[in-house]
Design a protein around this ligand. Structure first.
Ligand SMILES: [Zn+2]
Ligand SMILES: [Zn+2]
Length: 108
């Protein structure tokens, strides 16, 4: 029969192994979430500098040009999803010039 001292010693060893295992799992988890966040950030940076988007049917939609504000109907020149210089509202989508399907702002 194991003495109380030996029992405490073996539990201490199990506790240490469990702590090391938890540390390894936590480190891998934090590393993976960090990598995923970095990839998402890089995708957003790439999209924010893009000059075109693709509609659901694959047509190229220009992000620079003249656009009509959906709220005050003023025509302005610039980036599609910028704020309107007249009323300050902002489009959340564009219509594809070829098929008319909506193209969502990729940064929203
Ligand atoms: Zn406006
Ligand atoms: Zn289209």
């Amino acid at each position: 029969m194991a003495s109380v001292g030996e029992l405490k010693k073996s539990l201490g060893l199990v506790g240490t192994i469990a702590a090391i295992g938890a540390w390894i799992v936590a480190t891998i988890w934090l590393g993976l979430t960090g990598i995923i966040s970095a990839v998402k950030f890089l995708v957003r940076v790439r999209r924010s500098f893009a000059t075109t988007l693709r509609c659901p049917r694959g047509h190229v939609v220009e992000l620079y040009g003249t656009f009509r504000c959906p709220r005050c109907k003023a025509v302005r020149e610039g980036r599609a999803f910028d704020h309107c210089g007249i009323c300050g509202s902002r489009s959340t989508h564009l219509d594809c010039v070829r098929c008319g399907l909506a193209v969502k702002d990729p940064l929203q």
